[in-house]
Write a protein that binds this ligand. Structure first.
Ligand SMILES: NC(=O)C1=CN([C@@H]2O[C@H](COP(=O)(O)OP(=O)(O)OC[C@H]3O[C@@H](n4cnc5c(N)ncnc54)[C@H](OP(=O)(O)O)[C@@H]3O)[C@@H](O)[C@H]2O)C=CC1
Ligand SMILES: [Mg+2]
Length: 431
């Protein structure tokens, strides 16, 4: 089943390893005779997305880092992530490879490789799943969803100023293995990620070989591009296991606030369960950060809700919305989601004793401005159409430690949230 000699995984994990050049160029299954097709040019869709965004490649601070001029700037930033020497030789590099022709890798082998890279790191923290619904047996396996702001590498190293986090702990070669280790440990069916700035050179190639289909939507004005030696723009990414779900439709949404286009984005996809035929909509977003922008986030949230009303035709299908909302539960945007006619509930409230309170934190860091402990990340779901069967408990304050996050133990300043969902067995129309 798996063509996964150890060298395959370790080559995939290394940066600029000769093998990577070979392996990251989509390797088609050895086809009988016909000579390999000429390299496919980057798809017009992709180039359109790159040039549309690249007008913003100039950073706001006015400083531009060695990216050439105009559209080529962002294009070459993306190409850089794909090991530019190879990218220039293989333009098809910049188009997500046709994943069913990629050689699968064994998750166990990849996990072993990650652990080999991390052998000097302290052992992983143990987090347990809390069973929330034992009273509603389901005839189908649960749908496991992971929400995670994985911290963009350029921001972590160049902008976030995590003053208590040793620089060593942020080294990409090891931090990417900590991220992959978390994903492999919980094996989500669906992954909703923010601050992805290593999509093309790391997560897309690796996760597609693990059977995921991925979509990436970069921020039009990514703050990563302000950082010297950046790896291209950060954005939201959505991955789902192809053997469990079929993609029915996909929308990249640039969020507006007061009718103005903003720098924040979302991805919304309608998936169909291959086993049950049931359809649902899954969305990922990352709202504007920082205090003082509460009204802005509220407007962005309303825009996202309106988009999702349209996509689900007024909640005709169940909905799961994952995101770093950059908003505490006291904020207006949270109240909009909690009182939406889409009949949403926040899954992580169910971990509390009364089922009504959000966890005390989902992100905990120390910047030059001081210690920031906040609840900003959520998984919203259609409360009448879906059951939350279990949720992954958070790290304790002791596990997080006095220097908070990120650290040698944990790769991001945000915790991953993981829930198992099942469809309520009641009348489908009750949403
Ligand atoms: N918005 C626009 O229209 C324009 C934006 N730009 C560029 O975009 C950048 C702003 O991007 P935008 O996405 O709107 O920014 P945000 O304010 O949403 O924050 C960008 C990132 O900074 C992190 N962050 C939040 N608080 C702090 C902090 N106190 N110190 C350091 N980092 C923090 C956030 O992480 P987290 O979410 O984890 O908190 C987020 O990932 C500018 O720096 C500029 O480069 C340029 C022109 C126009
Ligand atoms: Mg951040």
């Amino acid at each position: 089943m798996y063509q996964s000699p150890r060298r395959l995984c370790s080559a995939l994990l290394q940066r600029d390893a000769p093998g990577l050049r070979r392996l990251s160029t989509p390797r088609l299954r050895r086809q009988s005779s016909p000579p390999a097709a000429a390299p496919r040019p980057a798809s017009p869709r992709f180039l359109a997305a790159v040039s549309a965004a690249s007008g913003a490649a100039r950073s706001c601070s006015g400083t531009v880092y060695s990216m050439g001029n105009g559209p080529s700037r962002l294009y070459s930033a993306l190409a850089k992530t794909l090991n530019s020497s190879a990218a220039s030789q293989h333009p098809e590099y910049l188009v997500s490879p046709d994943s069913e022709h990629l050689e699968p890798i064994d998750p166990k082998e990849l996990l072993e490789e990650c652990r080999a890279v991390l052998h000097t790191r302290p052992p992983r923290f143990q987090r347990d799943f809390v069973n929330l619904r034992t009273d509603c047996p389901s005839s189908h396996p649960p749908i496991r969803v992971m929400q995670w702001n994985i911290l963009a590498q350029a921001l972590g190293e160049g902008k976030d100023n995590f003053v208590q986090c040793p620089v060593e702990a942020l080294k990409w070669e090891e931090r990417k293995c900590l991220i992959l280790e978390e994903i492999l440990a919980y094996q989500p069916d669906i992954l909703c990620l923010q601050e992805v700035d290593h999509y093309f050179d790391t997560f897309q190639p690796l996760l597609s070989r693990l059977g995921y289909q991925g979509t990436f939507f970069p921020k039009p004005w990514s703050p990563c591009l302000d950082v010297e030696h950046n790896n291209g723009p950060d954005g939201c990414a959505l991955f789902f296991l192809q053997n469990r779900f079929k993609l029915v439709n996909s929308a990249n949404i640039r969020l507006t606030a007061m009718t103005l286009k903003t720098n924040q984005v979302a991805i919304a996809q309608t998936l169909e369960c291959r086993e049950s035929g049931r359809q649902f909509c899954i969305a990922v977003t990352h709202l504007k950060a920082r205090t003082g922008w509460e009204r802005f986030r509220s407007a962005q949230g309303c825009d996202l809700l309106q988009n999702l009303q349209n996509i689900t035709k007024g909640a005709k299908i169940p909905l799961i919305i994952c995101g770093d909302f950059n908003a505490e539960p006291t904020e207006e945007v949270y109240k909009h989601f909690a009182s939406s006619s889409l009949n949403l509930n926040s899954a992580y409230k169910l971990l509390s004793a009364d089922g009504q309170s959000e966890p005390p934190y989902t992100t905990w860091k120390i910047r030059t401005s001081g210690e920031c402990r906040h609840t900003l990340d959520y998984i919203w779901y259609s409360k009448y159409a879906l059951n939350v069967r279990s949720a992954l408990d958070l790290l304790t304050e002791e596990q997080i430690g006095p220097n908070r996050l990120p650290s040698f133990n944990y790769p991001s300043d945000h915790l991953s949230l993981v829930c198992d969902f099942s469809f309520t067995e009641g009348p489908e129309g009750l949403l």
